[in-house]
Design a binder for this molecule. Structure first.
Ligand code: AMP
Ligand code: MG
Length: 475
């Protein structure tokens, strides 16, 4: 099986270090994503033996052509700048090329790298199961995301808070692993030529339509606008699904606009504007309702890095970038309204809809209703709250037939989301060596909008005993 050696190797050697995966002689495959495997390699998984797949997806046998590397980056973590991070427990195997588009294939939890700092470079099994479920569910919910290609049991225990746990290795696929933090690393080292090199690389990979812009200043400016647009779309989508990322650090925000890092994230059950799940987010910096503000803050950190490329005159550069940043709020509001309108059955906003959306959020905040089921109940006619009549009046005044609205709602409101307590159950079973619930959950989440043959137990919010109040990084 072939992979291209990483395109990243063409960049200055300051961008990465070559690494080799550790030995996991007892690694055993749990799952391969058949559909994604086929897309990347144009081959059927079924033509490979389990032994070979176990070796490939635990790094014990390298894809031919692969020259593994760990990439370096920096980032603001909870608002504090960390001048050097990097793939401490990840390793880029190389890329697969699918009709001219490159996809990074990366192992996570495959051992230490020069960027591991004090970490062991490993992953417990739980976070691997979690990331697999979340990535693929997000993809089926039409959210731009990194993907899950495979998961393995590493056969080697890892030492974590609760003692020894089973280890896991995850194979992640991404349009690239470039982050805002990658720009920050070279900017903070005042290596502006590297920032420029990175800009050109990022454009080639993610925004090729900008590569013909000759002036560096214009190119950097257009790039910044383009990244802002993608990030706005991404976060608006999260908000429309009640998704809380949990660690919107700048090293976890991709240049491609894909969701990355499914550590302490969660889909909300009972609604609460300032809901936080992450055990380490004590100030609520990354609470649900704070996400648009943090998005803007993170993009401002990317803007910082582009200043030297835009103009020698810093004030001038700052003005150019600020003009783009100022517009983000409006961009976000428009995108968010469009998505919320669809959830309410409105494909074309003819009448101002923001008062209706505000009313919806007030009612959710007051009742703490289950976010996902709110829309399903509205669609089914079983929702009894006062919002129902405001919504019906809005449809009437906009001349939208109820049946048309319902059709739109069915296409835009998922019945199944990866609820925390379901994910937790899959993880607990996996630790007992039983992957059947993990497989079942993946299957249900593969058709989130399906209305036939409803699996009721997967649509319910958790009971008080089932509720998962906190999620952990699991590092
Ligand atoms: P994350 O929370 O996964 O975004 O990780 C933040 C940083 O810590 C990244 O640079 C990771 O590579 C690093 N890191 C997290 N867990 C480990 C680990 N077990 N061993 C080494 N590095 C780690
Ligand atoms: Mg991360």
């Amino acid at each position: 099986m072939n992979l291209l050696n990483s395109d990243y190797l063409q960049l200055n050697s300051d961008f990465y270090q070559k690494v080799t995966p550790e030995h996991f002689p007892k690694a055993k495959l749990i799952i391969v994503n058949k559909e994604l495997f086929k897309k990347l390699f144009s081959k059927d998984v079924d033509d490979f033996s389990e032994e070979e797949l176990s070796k490939l997806f635990s790094g014990q046998q390298l894809f031919s052509g692969s020259e593994p590397i760990a990439t370096i980056y920096a980032g603001h973590q909870f608002g504090h700048f960390n001048p050097q991070l990097g793939d401490g427990r990840a390793l880029l195997l190389g890329e697969a090329k699918v009709s001219e588009e490159l996809f990074d294939v990366q192992l996570k939890g495959s051992g230490q790298t020069p960027f591991s700092r004090r970490g062991d470079g490993l992953s417990a099994l739980g976070p691997v199961i979690r990331e697999y479920i979340l990535c693929e569910a997000m993809n089926k919910l039409n959210v731009p995301t990194t993907r899950a290609l495979a998961a393995c049991h590493s056969g080697q225990d890892v030492y974590r808070q609760n003692g020894l746990e089973d280890g896991g290795i995850f194979t992640r696929v991404a349009s690239s692993h470039l982050r805002i933090g990658t720009f920050q690393l070279f900017h903070s080292r005042q290596q502006y030529d590297h920032v420029e090199e990175l800009l050109n690389y990022a454009i080639k990979r993610h925004y090729p339509e900008l590569s013909n812009i000759e002036s560096l200043s214009q190119r950097a400016k257009s790039f910044f606008s383009a990244v802002c647009e993608r990030q706005v779309k991404l976060v608006a989508k999260w908000m429309s699904l009640g998704f809380i990322h949990g660690v919107m650090n700048t090293d976890n925000m991709t240049i491609s606009g894909e969701t990355i890092d499914y550590g302490p994230c969660a889909f909300m059950d009972h609604f609460q504007l300032n809901k936080v799940y992450s055990s380490i987010d004590r100030q609520g910096r990354y609470a649900y309702s704070n996400q648009p503000k943090i998005l803007q803050w993170n993009l401002a950190r990317l803007a910082d890095c582009l200043i030297p490329l835009i103009s020698e005159n810093t004030d001038e550069a700052v003005e150019v970038l600020n003009n783009i940043l100022k517009n983000i709020n409006t961009l976000f509001q428009n995108e968010f309204e469009k998505l919320m309108a669809l959830k309410l059955g409105v494909t074309e906003i003819k009448m101002m809809i923001s008062p209706l959306i505000n009313e919806l959020y007030n009612e959710l905040e007051n009742t703490h209703h289950d976010f996902t089921n709110f829309f399903i109940e509205l669609e089914k006619g079983t929702y009894e709250g006062s919002f129902k009549s405001s919504w019906e009046n809005y449809l009437k005044s906009s001349n939208i037939a109820k049946e048309d609205a319902l059709k739109t709602m069915k296409e835009n409101n998922p019945l199944y989301i990866p609820r925390n307590h379901l994910v937790e159950k899959a993880i607990n079973r996996a630790y007992e060596g039983d992957y059947s619930y993990f497989h079942e959950l993946n299957e249900i989440l593969a058709t989130p909008f399906k209305r036939e043959d409803v699996k009721v137990e997967f649509t319910k919010p958790p009971t008080p005993e089932e509720e998962v109040k906190q999620t952990f990084c699991g590092t």
